[in-house]
Ligand binder design. Structure first.
Ligand code: GDP
Length: 213
């Protein structure tokens, strides 16, 4: 797609993400969810997967999602409006071992309630460390999303930590591991927040969803 653009021309996703991105609301409970507006795309991933870094890199802002928040601290869904056409939702990180059962149950209730009731939620971007692949808590989330037939797309983070060969081997492996899952998107995106790699691909995927409404 990008090959058809003239040199220096921004992709549709880059254009969209150049617009202002504003914090709308934080929800710790289902009652605190903001009213449904434009379509939403949520970012999910285990604590430390690089979610804050990626969301900040995508939006070109340093302070949107806090980097390296103490894992297990206040868990909330954060909503950011992008030019009135797309809402980015930062989901609380999952799978932190030191979080007790009660916290885990709280997380499940919030995520499950949000996912179940949100008609304008189009996709969950599930962030996976390029080196490590799926962990138990990622699989639990995929099971939930498959159950609710809610589309999710795997995004590999920290691509800069691997050489091109092993990176591609892992991409193929991660794709094979999810190919029978009904709600999994058939394409895996590869990113590095640190080096800015793959950001336009993620932005373009989200711009396409926003366009489809
Ligand atoms: P979060 O807990 O998922 O929000 O993860 P953070 O964005 O806070 O990042 C966790 C750690 O991974 C931090 O030490 C980051 O500096 C590091 N990190 C994040 N993105 C990248 C990346 O693209 N490449 C590398 N090498 N490290 C990264």
């Amino acid at each position: 797609m990008s090959g058809e653009r003239k040199a220096g021309e921004r992709s549709p996703g880059d254009k969209l993400f150049h617009k202002e991105c504003k914090f709308v609301a934080g929800a710790m409970t289902l009652e605190q969810l903001p009213p449904m507006g434009p379509i939403e795309v949520a970012f999910a991933g285990r604590s430390n997967v690089g979610k804050s870094s990626l969301v900040n890199a995508l939006t070109g802002r340093k302070t949107l999602a806090r980097v390296s928040q103490t894992p297990g601290r206040t868990q909330q869904l954060n909503f950011f409006d992008l030019d009135g056409v797309l809402v980015l939702v930062d989901m609380p990180g999952h799978g932190y071992a030191k979080v007790g059962k009660a916290k885990k149950a709280e997380w499940s209730e919030l995520i499950e309630g949000y996912v179940r009731g949100r008609a304008n939620l189009r996709r969950v971007m599930l962030l996976i460390d390029a080196r490590h692949g799926y962990k138990e808590s990622d699989i639990e989330l995929m099971n939930l999303l498959d159950r609710f037939a809610l589309s999710y797309q795997v995004v590999m983070t920290k691509a800069d930590t691997l050489k091109p060969g092993p990176l591609e081997t892992n991409r193929q492996k991660f794709l094979d591991q999810i190919k029978r899952r009904p709600a999994a998107h058939p394409e895996i995106l590869v990113t590095s927040a640190e080096e800015g790699a793959g950001l336009s691909d993620v932005r373009d995927a989200l711009a396409t969803l926003a366009e489809q409404g």
